[in-house]
Write a protein that binds this ligand. Structure first.
Ligand SMILES: [Ca+2]
Ligand SMILES: [Ca+2]
Ligand SMILES: [Zn+2]
Length: 424
């Protein structure tokens, strides 16, 4: 219980000693703390995942595809006001799309010094389904658990829909943090690829993947307000943007450092080099004079405009180029089944998998005719070619990361599909 105790102290100290913190927090710290306690290797594994994703980041601004992520929203409600109107759900999807396509109106509020870092993630969200579940349950945090009951039908929640292929977002009333007050607005599990984890109630198991958001901060112009200790949270529907950032691998911009008592820690970062080193969270507001870490060279102020800070939601308008590259890498790797271009290609008479190709792809032809396989660049230049028959395996190891044309030709067939190559 020791780690938990320290975690609670941390939050407690923030509230009690008037540190520059807000009573409204994201549950990510709580997630890390709980999992670090229950599974000592968790932090290492998340770090490792992050490292792998970082190594795989796309270089420069080159893009091959817009990723489209299917979304399922679960409205798990007890009182009528928690049963949010469809219009709020649609407005939330729009805010997500605006943020991840850099179409948010306030994008031009970014300071000149950060302007070149601001990036369009080319990630889009498509609402596939809304599931409404009336419940009698309260979704509470405890010292050892997050309110994941919202994902468990046996405990009054709504079960996830195919978490590999959908972003599941649960919207419910999250109870206040016990004993110490304060409020978690939402939380998400970062990608982990840890299928060997115990399927324990307090551990991330596959069906707990996704994002949980308090109903009072979901959607634009939500009539429900969240007030803690006399302070009303000003929502611009960007808690969901922040949590989806975690879900796609991003950390808090200050790197979750700061020590046990919420102090400054400039030697812990978010693993992203184009977000300036930051010592601790911004606690709401939009203080553009804030500079919690004075770096020896190229010192920059804190990037309060970043979605992964705790600045005021109206202040947030930016993902940086490297944050975008990391999220896109996650969509090509740890969450590769999530997007439309990541699924096995099945066209009449032939099946090709996996796509993207890491080292090899399988091609299964319905007939047994000798068939030419050509892999070409998008402008048509031949890179690899093979002769196959029936079901065969071909290598894509010689390819650089990116999109290619895969062409299959025999005397009765000419098929062209898009193939993506990623390095492991
Ligand atoms: Ca950084
Ligand atoms: Ca600085
Ligand atoms: Zn967070």
């Amino acid at each position: 219980m020791k780690i938990k105790f320290f975690f609670i102290l941390l939050v407690f100290s923030n509230v009690t000693f008037g540190q520059k913190t807000s009573p409204f927090i994201c549950g990510h710290d709580h997630v890390m703390s709980i999992n670090a306690q229950n599974f000592p290797d968790y932090r290492n594994r998340v770090d490792k995942t992050f490292e792998i994703a970082y190594k795989n980041m796309e270089n420069g601004g080159a893009r091959n595809e817009t990723f489209k992520i299917p979304v399922v929203v679960h409205i798990v409600w007890k009182n009528n006001e928690e049963n949010l109107h469809d219009s709020l759900i649609h407005s939330q999807i729009k805010v997500l799309n605006d943020a991840f396509r850099l179409r948010n109106e306030n994008r031009t509020d970014i300071r000149e010094i950060f302007k070149d870092l601001q990036a369009d993630a080319e990630i889009e969200f498509e609402l596939k389904d809304v599931i409404r579940v009336k419940t009698t349950a309260n979704f509470s945090l405890s010292l050892t658990d997050l309110p994941d009951d919202v994902k468990r039908p046996t405990n009054g929640g709504s079960s996830a829909i195919d978490v590999d292929r959908h972003l599941n977002i649960w919207v419910c009333k999250i109870q206040p943090i016990p004993f110490i007050g304060g409020q978690i607005l939402g939380y998400a599990y970062p990608p982990d690829g840890l299928s060997n984890w115990p399927d324990d109630a307090s551990a991330p198991s596959k069906n707990l993947e996704g994002v949980v958001i308090d109903y009072r901060v979901f959607g634009l112009n939500n009539p429900n307000k969240l007030t803690v200790n006399g302070t009303t949270h000003q929502s611009s529907a960007r808690t969901t943007v922040h949590e989806v950032g975690h879900y796609l691998g991003l950390r808090h911009i200050w790197g979750d450092g700061g020590g046990l008592f919420g102090g400054n820690s400039c030697n812990v970062d978010d693993g992203i080099t184009d977000t300036p080193n930051q010592g601790t969270q911004s606690a709401g507001g939009c203080n553009k004079n804030s500079n919690t870490c004075i770096d020896a060279s190229n010192d920059l102020p804190d990037m309060v405009e970043n979605y992964m800070d705790y600045s005021g939601e109206d202040c947030q308008n930016t993902f940086t180029k490297e944050q975008v590259a990391l999220m896109r890498s996650v969509l090509r790797n740890q969450r590769k089944l999530l997007t439309n271009i990541q699924q096995d290609l099945e066209i009449t008479g032939v099946k090709i998998w996996p796509n993207p190709c890491h080292t090899h792809i399988n091609i299964a032809l319905n007939d047994s005719k000798p068939t030419e396989v050509a892999i070409r660049t998008l402008d048509g230049k031949l890179v690899l070619n093979y002769k196959i028959q029936g079901t065969d395996v071909i290598s894509c190891e010689g390819l650089s990361n990116g999109a290619y044309i895969l062409e299959l030709v025999n005397d009765t067939m000419h098929k062209v599909v898009k193939l993506i190559k990623v390095h492991d």
